[in-house]
Design a protein around this ligand. Structure first.
Ligand SMILES: Cc1ncc(COP(=O)(O)O)c(C=O)c1O
Length: 383
């Protein structure tokens, strides 16, 4: 979709990358590190100041303590931490329960490990976790739960009831838990992110994964991490060694500084994103696409059926030529494709002028819009 956005000169609300950079002091620290010669292989587990900063961040925000020397691993983005964890713990035939729709790398990593993913639906129109469905998903082959909250693509932030039930089931079935918390700081209104590892019986069975990409608007740096009990982190480290060996040397001291000193910047960024969320939500509503207003992440979802489409893929294929805007169809994140068929994901981590331009172009979708060339095509009537 990003390639299509480029080829058609469209506004790209598809891929989830911000169009503004992270804190200037963090960017300066990376430049300085390169100038100072921090350009060779760093330690396999990551440099000590970054591991210390990751552990301090976890203690400060959630009261969860990890030993920086044995319980923290720096990875090449959350993607590598996820892949290495799945490859470390999932054997052929094992089942991994994950919230569906799934972030796309989950399916690839579980397949690569020879495992089987078992989706538990966060399905529209309300995108709620069904506790009975979750309980029914467990089998004797269940090896791990992979829980992403705040959740991409739905924007759902699991609440205390959901988390307590997930924790209860994980303990009852004695399974491992991998948590993808990359949007941990991107929560809005009164929503709060609480790591599953804070629940009884969970710290000892949970590998917590996050990354600097979303928190500090540096998705291209690919510095992530995994936190967990030493014996689990050692297993993940063994796999990481032969995936990438080490991760981005000059970015590590910069991310360490950002974690230590960046809480104020993160809070401003969160408030800014909340404003962008409301801006895009109002714009989408104005063209007849009432969004499900997310409580976390930088994505929002709309149902395209009010505009006469039955299928989000078809809608997203048409959108660049009809309006010059790109979005992502939900169904690429589903095994149960029908459940995702009518939904489309929009990223709002973009400059206000970009969001406004997108909304202006989308006016071409309004049923009452009069066609006047590109970006203002007539409403399609077939379904
Ligand atoms: C849910 C989720 N997990 C993981 C990632 C990947 O994170 P990273 O870029 O740090 O590898 C993303 C990126 O979009 C994501 O949405």
């Amino acid at each position: 979709m990003s390639a299509l956005a480029l080829a058609t000169g469209s506004v790209n609300l598809g891929q989830g990358f911000p169009d503004t950079d992270g804190p200037p002091f963090m960017l300066d620290a990376a430049r300085r590190a390169i100038a100072d010669g921090v350009n060779q292989y760093p330690p396999g587990r990551g440099i000590a100041p970054l591991r210390a900063a990751i552990a301090a961040h976890s203690r400060r925000h959630y009261g969860l303590d990890y030993d920086p020397d044995t319980e923290v691993l720096v990875t090449t983005g959350a993607t590598e931490a996820l892949a290495a964890s799945i490859l470390a713990f999932v054997d052929p035939g094992d089942e991994v329960i994950a919230l569906e729709p799934f972030y796309d790398s989950y399916a690839a990593s579980i397949d690569l490990a020879g495992g089987r993913r078992v989706g538990v639906g966060l399905f529209g129109p309300d995108f709620r976790l069904d506790h009975a469905e979750l309980a029914a998903a467990f089998s004797p082959r269940t090896k791990a739960l992979l829980i992403n909250s705040p959740h991409n693509p739905t924007g759902v932030v699991l609440g205390p009831d959901d988390l307590a039930e997930i924790a209860r089931l994980a303990v009852a079935h004695d399974v491992l838990v991998i948590t993808d918390e990359v949007y941990e700081h991107l929560v809005f209104d009164d929503a709060q992110h609480r790591p599953l590892a804070t629940y009884p019986g969970m710290r000892e069975r949970t590998v917590r994964i996050s990354s600097a990409g979303k928190t500090f608007s540096a998705t291209g740096w690919k510095i992530g991490w995994a936190l967990g009990p030493a014996e689990l982190v050692t297993e993940v480290t063994a796999v990481k060694q032969f995936l990438t060996y080490v991760s981005g040397a000059p970015f590590q001291p910069a991310v360490a500084r950002a974690l230590d000193e960046g809480d104020g910047w993160v809070e401003q960024s969160r408030l800014g994103l909340q404003g962008k969320r409301d801006r895009l939500a109002a714009g989408l509503s104005s063209v007849g696409l009432d969004p499900v207003v997310p409580r976390g992440t930088y994505f929002m979802t709309t149902d395209v059926r009010p505009l006469g489409y039955a299928d989000g893929v078809e809608f997203c294929r048409d959108l660049p030529t009809r309006c010059g805007v790109v979005a992502i169809p939900h169904q690429v994140f589903y095994d149960h494709v029908d459940a995702g068929r009518p939904y489309v994901r929009w990223a709002f981590c973009k400059a206000d002028r970009v969001l406004d331009e997108a909304v202006q172009r989308l006016q071409g979708l309004r049923p009452d819009h009069v066609s006047a060339g590109r970006g203002t095509a007539q409403k399609r009537t077939e379904t």
